[in-house]
Write a protein that binds this ligand. Sequence first.
Ligand code: NAD
Ligand code: TYD
Length: 360
Amino acid sequence: MNNVLITGGAGFIGSNFVRYLLRVEPDVCIVNLDALTYAGSLENLRALPDPSRHIFVHGDIRERALVDRLLRAHRVDTIVHFAAESHVDRSILGPGAFVQTNVVGTFTLLEAARDYWESADAPPVTKRFHHISTDEVYGSLRPADPPFSERTPYAPNSPYAASKAASDHLARAYAHTYGLPLTITNCSNNYGPYQFPEKLIPLMLLNALEGKPLPVYGDGLQVRDWLYVEDHCEAIWRVLRAGTPGETYNIGGDNQATNLEIVQTLCEILNACHPDSPHAPFAQLITHVPDRPGHDRRYAMDIRKIQTQLGWSPRHSLAKGLRKTVDWYLRNGAWLEAIRQRGDFRSWMAVNYVGREGVS
Ligand code: NAD
Ligand code: TYD
């Protein structure tokens, strides 16, 4: 692995992966292709470990000519595909962008990779296309159901999950039909540094620090399996190094918790950090709001395949990961403030279908 094209590397997980890869792999050069949608920011790429091995390209994965040019100009042998529209709530309000980026964008990358790597110009080294996906493609679990395994049938419920499922199917078909050297990982909910504060954990932190209501959808008893983002990066790298082309690996944190438990834990950590805040105790800000339409009740991942075959396991307990995360957001107030001031963020926070208006 020498020349790696990372898509969506200015977003939450992508920017963490860029940092991780520069840190652990001294020989790798990265081309980072990102459209800088509302979710991507160059602020996420400040102070990289070795910036001389990172080239940022502002562009869209659906632009075939651009992708073709980048693959050839940088003799790309590895593609790590993060770029996506990633927020379920936005997919409910406007699914079109999800079909465009997640389905059409992934198709464009698959075609470009196949075309280049089958050509005479292709670098004479091992190639890999790694497609990043989600546990949400498997649908929703009941309380007593076993966790999702790699053999669980797909049953996506939200437009986001459906668009990711479609992209997974395309990726799988390119491996099966064309022999594209491809791996897929399906991962549970991530949290950690640089997560855009429309998602549960950073949104709750931002609102709590401002003394605003903490909007919990419905009864708050929905269960997610939380993974600290750095553990996800390590798992992706392990699959790239040791995974078998054509295979799918589930990744999760072994950390199931209800949304209410997550929000309460965040409040407790903040109480300890800011006992004199006028907003403490922060749990008094918890406000139940109308539920998300079609809200999946529970996700959980069976991660035995990646554990036994590739020797990866999550390093962070939920308690440790949440403490590190709160600490990062408290130390990076300027990053949070830059997002808070953006017009696109403020207008999103005023969106009403989950009852946010009036609570934010
Ligand atoms: P994110 O929304 O924070 O970042 C997405 C990035 O993709 C942004 O930088 C954005 O500018 C870029 N992008 C969007 N459309 C683009 C386009 N057409 N062309 C080029 N760039 C484009 O997302 P994230 O949370 O970092 O998720 C990254 C990947 O991981 C996604 O594929 C997502 O489905 C998957 N995933 C996320 C989670 C999670 O909890 N966040 C869990 C499992 C899987
Ligand atoms: P989210 O971070 O949007 O991730 P996903 O929908 O991909 O799991 O939400 C995590 C959980 O938190 C989900 O069950 C919805 C819930 N949630 C709230 O209760 N309030 C909020 O303001 C947000 C953003 C999410």
